[in-house]
Design a protein around this ligand. Structure first.
Ligand SMILES: Nc1ncnc2c1ncn2[C@@H]1O[C@H](COP(=O)(O)OP(=O)(O)OP(=O)(O)O)[C@@H](O)[C@H]1O
Ligand SMILES: [Mg+2]
Length: 487
């Protein structure tokens, strides 16, 4: 007898709602379901299977639709939960189910990807060699991020975390990097601000938003980052470079904690469930750089974590620090001093190091950090003492100039080639006579002049990333010309 062929995807199972507890529903009668499976409940609600009990299945509501009640029908297909992905999502704003929330039409998908996708294995990856240009000078100069790296952005409330991430997205314009901004559990107002920045920065042509706000069901908040990662994976597997910002993991951990308490899982440290480490590491593992046989794409993750009063040793912060390849620490004291972006270099590290940096950048940044740290130390020592020697005075002024060089305004990423020009000017004593307050203006004019007079230098830097003798000569000429015109 010929074997009976059954398409599992067409098999349906029927169950009944036994109990509803906020976002968690107990369902009886499902005997063949699996974890992570999408189920339809009642008229229009949807949920994901998140756990099992001897008598019932635990389903997390992700889409409420009409209210549900005990006795409602539950229907499953024998397939895991997949989200629609594809090129048509570029320029769109969607929720955790991949449905548009920008008022536009449904998005035509290219494929469906499982939301709990498998991270690429070691043999499918290669070491990171290219730099992800973040457009934030301090990061690009001293804590470079590689394409495929996971760099944590950590700091207290209102320290400029989102701004650093948005600058990285804004800076990808024209660089063939697909960008996803994933928002979890934030306010509607915060989301609107991001939408405005996307519009003003023309990000919609190469970016998208996956968002769930604090008022969305807990299930959606929990799933949002996984969905964003799946969207990114589609492009990564096609050989593209992808940048995903998760804003933020603290809210995501809260959502998961609430769900776990509803699921009656035993609370552990800080009332988080025991597998909170696993759920975040499973997510950031999906970042990486693929080898040529697998398309050569990459996915860079910038997860954001909010700390309480600078406590990086807290449970969630220390977990996530240990599973990323470095962190950028944003400090409240620096922010209030006016040093913005308020990146504390002492507490920020990149475990990729300067391997991914442009050779031109590497050459110019060798002593930069040491110089800055020495200046900070000197500044601290001389803060209370009046009447320092002329030599110390001079060193303080030089340090202040450097500080001005490193500062930058929000939503104004600085292109890598411009950073090279700026550093070249600084390292060649061009700013030796400048007053700190003048630095910003001088550098802006200088960059404009080089762009106008020497487009070939800018082009050469972008294509070859090297500081050749020819470029040095050209920049020297421009610096001289600039000094003369300023007199
Ligand atoms: N480099 C900067 N220069 C001047 N202002 C800045 C800079 N970076 C951020 N800001 C301002 O600081 C405020 C907080 O920035 P942002 O929203 O990025 O911080 P956050 O740490 O993400 O805050 P939250 O904790 O609310 O998420 C904003 O008003 C922003 O415009
Ligand atoms: Mg923020």
């Amino acid at each position: 007898m010929a074997a009976l062929k059954i398409n599992l995807l067409q098999l349906k199972e029927h169950g009944k709602v036994a109990e509803v507890r906020q976002d968690v529903v107990h369902v009886t009668g499902l005997t063949n379901c699996m974890n992570g499976q999408l189920v339809n409940i009642g008229q229009s609600a949807q949920g994901v299977i998140v756990g099992f009990d001897p008598d019932y299945v635990l389903v997390l509501l992700v889409h409420e639709g009409a209210p549900i009640k005990p006795g409602d029908n539950v229907i499953t297909t024998l397939d895991e939960f997949r989200v629609p992905v594809g090129e048509n999502f570029i320029g769109r704003r969607v929720n955790a189910l991949g449905r548009p929330i920008d008022g536009g039409a449904m998005v035509k998908e290219s494929a469906r990807f499982p939301i709990f996708g498998r991270a690429p294995g070691v043999l499918e990856r290669i070491p990171l060699v290219k730099v992800m240009q973040t457009g934030t000078k301090i990061i690009d100069m001293m804590r470079p991020v590689g394409k495929g790296q996971r760099m944590l952005i950590i700091g207290d409330r209102m320290t400029g975390k989102t701004t650093v991430c948005m600058d990285a997205i804004l800076n990808q314009r024209g660089k063939n990097v697909f960008c996803i901004y994933c928002m979890v559990g934030k306010s509607e107002a915060a989301l609107n601000k991001i939408i405005d920045t996307f519009t003003e920065g023309h990000v919609w042509s190469y970016g998208m938003i996956v968002a769930s706000t604090a008022s969305d069901p807990m299930g959606q908040q929990y799933l949002t980052p996984y969905v964003a990662a799946s969207m990114g994976e589609y492009f990564m597997h096609k050989g593209q470079d992808v940048l995903v910002v998760f804003d933020d993991f603290t809210k995501h951990a809260w959502a998961y904690r609430q769900i776990s308490l509803l699921l009656e899982r035993a609370p552990g440290r800080d009332a988080y469930p025991g597998d909170i480490f696993y759920i975040h590491s499973q997510l950031v593992e999906r970042a990486g750089k693929l080898n040529a046989e697998n398309g050569g794409g990459s996915m860079t993750h910038l997860p954001v974590v909010e700390t309480q009063q600078g406590d990086v040793a807290g449970y969630i912060p220390s977990n996530i620090i240990s599973m990323t390849d470095g962190q950028i620490y944003m400090s409240t004291p620096l922010f209030s001093e006016g040093f913005k972006p308020a990146i504390d270099m002492g507490l920020s590290v990149s475990r990729i190091g300067n391997r991914v940096q442009w050779p031109a950048m590497k050459k110019l940044t060798g002593m930069l950090q040491l110089e800055f740290v020495r200046f900070k130390e000197l500044e601290r020592l001389t803060r209370i003492k009046a009447g320092v020697s002329a030599d110390v005075e001079k060193r303080l002024k030089r340090g202040k100039v450097l500080e001005e060089v490193l500062k930058q305004d929000p939503n104004k990423p600085v292109a890598m080639e411009e950073q090279v020009v700026i550093l070249f000017a600084l390292q060649n004593g061009f700013l030796a006579e400048a007053e700190p307050v003048e630095v910003k203006g001088i550098l802006a004019r200088l960059v404009k002049q080089v762009r106008a007079n020497r487009p070939e230098i800018i082009e050469d830097l972008i294509t070859n990333n090297q500081l050749t003798d020819k470029i040095k000569e050209g920049l020297h000429e421009e610096l001289t010309r600039f000094s003369r015109s300023a007199v």
